[in-house]
Design a protein around this ligand. Structure first.
Ligand code: SAM
Length: 339
């Protein structure tokens, strides 16, 4: 097991397969046009599988495909098949906005994808349209239904909660999740790249979410778990479970074992990191396996990032990156590094 300066293991890799997305969510990718990663820079599936295999040598056993929107990457099931053949990956999951899921679910399941998380911020079509600037809410719901039909269990729904936007839908989303056999996870709105309209008063904290849900459901009990998962889970009196990811008000850097690889091979050790390490150039220059492992291992062993905790300690908190900077360096974008 490879550990960083705070003893955190290298275990969890988020692999962004594209920076393109078919939604324009206001909290993530609000502009219509972006500086996209050049096509030639994109890692091939074989390069991704090779890198994942190197990470697995050093302890990674959980991989999550993300993006941009991962289902926009053509023939994604081929990548899934390559990765699913790696016996060291205990968990191979994907986070998607669900728009293209109904049509691809069968192939992805057959290729060996273990689990799916669908981002769903609202049950209301009009809100979805205002939030994402696209008219595809019904397709997302179809995608969610397709998950059960394809034989997957363990479906999660991720909801970014924003004051004045969807914070009146918490209970409705818990009810909906129950109907589709999913577990919903409420994510505090984060001040990451892309969230250029972020402000603290639009964040609904974990404490406030719980306070709002208790009058409806009664006492909500925290579930005590020893995991590095970002969500704290809670049980309602009737036994249903939901999660809250409180990265903004109660960050969990001390147990963070996640790192992120962009579709063009930049490796980031923290969601808030402004600099990553290029793994594509050494790979394409023919680096040996041992050299590649040394590069990755050394970098992780020097890791001391505690990005979310540092943000919390700031006296005046503003969006992490301004729009001009984002345009100059797309790697600073949330949609490039996969959330
Ligand atoms: N397109 C896919 C999707 O929608 O799930 C995968 C990529 S998306 C960047 C991954 C996750 O990041 C989504 O669940 C999204 O809601 C979350 N996200 C993006 N911007 C965020 C922000 N400002 N605060 C909290 N979560 C955010």
């Amino acid at each position: 097991m490879t550990r960083d300066t705070l003893g955190r293991p290298l275990r969890n890799l988020r692999l962004s397969v594209t920076d393109r997305c078919n939604l324009r969510c206001q909290y993530c990718m609000p502009e219509e046009e972006y500086t996209w990663l050049p096509r030639n820079d994109m890692l091939t599936f074989e390069e991704m599988a090779l890198l994942v295999d190197a990470f697995a040598d050093l302890g990674v056993d959980k991989v999550r495909l993300t993006g941009g929107e991962p289902l926009l990457r053509r023939d994604l099931d081929r990548l899934v098949r390559l990765l699913a053949g790696n016996p060291r990956l205990r968990d191979l999951a994907m986070t998607t906005n669900g728009v293209l899921l109904a049509e691809q679910a069968g192939a992805l399941r057959a290729a060996g994808l273990h689990r799916v998380t669908v981002s769903l911020d609202t049950l209301r079509e009009d809100r979805f349209k205002a939030l994402t600037r696209r008219d595809t809410h019904a397709r997302v719901l179809e995608g969610i239904e397709a998950v059960g039909r394809s034989g997957w269990s363990g479906l999660k729904l991720d909801t970014v909660v924003m004051r004045g936007v969807n914070d009146d839908e918490l209970a409705d989303l818990i009810e909906y999740a129950g109907r589709v056999s999913a577990e919903v996870r409420f994510i505090e709105y984060m001040d990451v790249g892309g969230a250029t309209n972020w402000s603290m008063d639009r964040v609904v904290s974990r404490a406030e979410m719980l306070k709002r849900l208790e009058p409806r459901y009664g006492p909500i009990a925290p579930i005590v778990e020893e995991t590095s998962a970002p969500a704290d889970r809670f049980r309602l009196p009737d036994g249903r479970v939901f999660g809250i990811i409180s990265s903004t008000t109660e960050p969990f850097c001390r147990s963070c074992d996640r790192s992120r690889l962009t579709a063009d091979g930049m490796w980031y050790l923290c969601l808030y990191a402004t600099r990553g390490m290029d793994l594509r150039d050494p790979l394409r220059a023919g680096v040996s396996r041992d050299e590649l492992l040394t590069l990755i291992r050394t970098r992780w062993q020097g890791r001391s990032d505690r990005g979310a905790e540092e943000r919390l300690a700031m006296p005046e908190r503003r969006p992490l990156v301004q729009i001009g900077e984002l345009k100059r360096d797309p790697h600073l974008e949330m949609h490039t590094r996969g959330g």
